[in-house]
Structures are given as C-alpha cells and as structure tokens.
Design a protein around this ligand. Structure first.
Ligand code: COA
Ligand code: ZN
Length: 302
C-alpha cells in the first residue's frame, strides 16, 4: 500500500487564528512532542509581520529552542524577503512561500496584488539560490470566500510559474473549506499530470465537513502528501468565514483504515491531542481525541 507523508501545521495554521497568546514554552513543548510522532514535516511558525499575526511574534525563539529530530523537516511560512531572511537565519529546513490564487484574498491577506506577490516571491527564490528547498502554498485554490469559484486554469497558471522557478514543491490549499471530492479528484489528476517531479501537497480545511472526504478523494487520485492540524484547529484570519484545518489525527486514522502507511504513531499523537483543549482554553473540533480508535472498546453497561 502507498506511503503517505503527513505534515503537521497546528503551531502555524492552527494557532494563528487563536485569540489568546499561547506561551512560547508551550509551543516549544508541543513541537518537541509532535517531533516524536512520525511526521514528514512540521510547520513550526510563520515569519510574517507580528502586527498581522501577533500569535507568532515569537517565531525566532521557537525555532531556536525546539529539539530537531532527524527525519523531520522543520518548515516555516514566509510571505516576503524580510520573512525569508528571518527564516534562513533560523535555519529552517524549508521555506514555505505563500500567496493566493485569488486577487481579493491576496490583497486581504498579504496587502498587495497577486502580481506583486509573485514578483516578490520570485526574488525570494532567487535570493535563496538553492541553499534551502522552497515550497509554495497557493491559497484559495478550490474557491475564494469573496470571489467564488477558482478556475483550475488559474491554479495551473500560478503553479507553472513557480515550477519554472525551480521550487521543490507546491501546496494546493483549500483555505476556507470550499473543496468537494469530485473537484479534488480533478485537481489531483491535473496537478500530478502537470508536475510529476514536484512534491505535491494538498491542504484542506473542514469548514463544510468535507475535509476527510477530500483527503480520501485526493489519496485515491494519487496525492501522497497532506497538511493537517492537531485537533482541527486553524484558519486564516484574513479569509472571511475561515475555520479549522482537517484534524491531523482524524485524517491519519482514516488513511490507516484505508490501509495507507502513514509512519505516524497514532496513540502517541492522540495522547498529545488530548492536552490541546487545556492549551488553547476551549474544546477543539477533532473527533478522534474524543472518541478514541475504533478498537478502543468500552465496557458493557451493567
Ligand atoms: N517579518 C517581520 N516584520 C515584517 C515582515 C516580516 N516578514 N514583513 C513586513 N514586516 C513589518 C515591516 O517591517 C513593517 O513594520 P513597521 O510598521 O514597524 O515599519 C510592517 O511589517 C509593515 O510592512 P509592509 O512592508 O508595509 O507590509 P504590509 O503592512 O503591507 O503587510 C505583510 C504585508 C505580508 C508583511 C503582512 O500583511 C503579513 O505579514 N501578512 C501575513 C498574513 C498571514 O500570515 N496570514 C495567514 C497565513 S496565510
Ligand atoms: Zn490553511
């Protein structure tokens, strides 16, 4: 059965929308615990403006204090050259550049046009000059909450422009949970056909309850890399109606049930996930940390 490479984004996408600052010590401890679960990558933090995302203003300190585990790549979100300089100084294993395929969302989130973002990110790629692998996350690929449908041709157009610049991977993001399985299948087929050598990651939010259905559709269409957020936390504060990512543990459990090899220690992950409500101060959407695995049986009622 196929191998799935799972990326954990809880301390970046998961935390960026949380209203109450999560102490740096807690972020470091969580990442250190997640490092032992078998993830391919952990998106540790963002090197964005601390005014835009105050939660991640401690990015340098977190990157400096985590215990890096061999085999796990520690990636960071980067919107511009200033972010890239900070990420390189922090010895990130990968720079995850970000822009939106929607003009309206790009202006809301990054405060510039798509063309200006593309030009800025192209100069970042040139500046990094192959010293560190580059991934590009394209937001709103399955629909924009302000513009509506996102044509596949528009996603392909930006994907081709970044592929031409020599990036290692692309992440196709469903920023506000607008994707549905038939659309995901078509997107997966188009992306795998157009960019066979690239790391191709799909990133879903569960805003409309279709998150794990979309994971299943993508996996069956040949996508082997997914982002997820522990507990299903997450969302972009600059996308109206955004809500949590797919819950990593729910998606991993589904993939395991389907027979995929994920490399993840799910029991260890669930134990960490059960501490998440205390950490963020509220209940979280993920189902598995409440229900347990399907073979965790209950005693019969007396
Ligand atoms: N890291 C730290 N500070 C940064 C920065 C970075 N990568 N980029 C810009 N800044 C600072 C500037 O130094 C400036 O600081 P000052 O006001 O103290 O002088 C301030 O942020 C504004 O800079 P400017 O270049 O005018 O940017 P902007 O206000 O147009 O904002 C972004 C553009 C991209 C920096 C900002 O919108 C941003 O960080 N967005 C990210 C949003 C995000 O993470 N969304 C969720 C993930 S998809
Ligand atoms: Zn997201």
């Amino acid at each position: 059965m196929s191998r799935i490479y799972f990326n954990e984004v809880v301390t970046r996408d998961g935390f960026q929308i949380e209203p109450t600052f999560i102490p740096t010590d807690d972020k470091v401890a969580l990442i250190d615990a997640l490092s032992l679960c078998g993830y391919a990558k952990i998106e540790v933090t963002s090197f964005v403006s601390p005014k835009a995302i105050p939660m991640l203003r401690d990015a340098e300190e977190v990157m400096g204090r985590i215990q890096r585990v061999a085999g796990v790549e520690y990636t960071v979100l980067v919107p511009n050259l200033r972010g890239a300089e900070r990420a390189m100084a922090s010895r990130a294993d990968e720079l995850n550049l970000v822009m939106s395929t929607s003009e309206t969302h790009n202006r809301a989130n990054l405060r510039q046009s798509r063309e200006d973002s593309f030009a800025g990110l192209a100069s970042v790629i040139q500046w990094v000059d192959g010293k560190t692998p580059i991934n590009v996350s394209l937001s709103t690929c399955f629909g924009c909450p302000m513009e509506g449908d996102m044509p596949l041709s528009e996603v392909l157009r930006f994907a081709h422009r970044f592929a031409d610049l020599g990036v290692r991977g692309l992440t196709i993001c469903d920023t506000t949970g607008m994707a549905h399985p038939a659309q995901v299948e078509a997107m997966a087929e188009a992306m795998l056909k157009a960019f066979p050598p690239l790391q191709m990651t799909f990133h879903f939010h569960n805003t409309r309850g279709m998150g794990v259905a979309n994971v299943m559709a993508a996996a069956r269409a040949g996508i082997h890399r997914f982002d997820g957020s522990l507990g299903g936390l997450g969302g972009c504060p600059y996308a109206p109606g955004a809500s949590g990512n797919i819950s990593s543990e729910d998606a991993i459990h589904l993939l395991m049930c389907l027979g995929y090899e994920t490399g993840i220690d799910l029991d260890r992950l669930l134990a960490i996930g059960r501490g998440l409500p205390d950490l963020v101060g509220h209940s979280v959407p993920g189902q598995m940390i409440k229900a347990g695995r399907i073979n965790d049986l209950h005693p019969a009622p007396v």
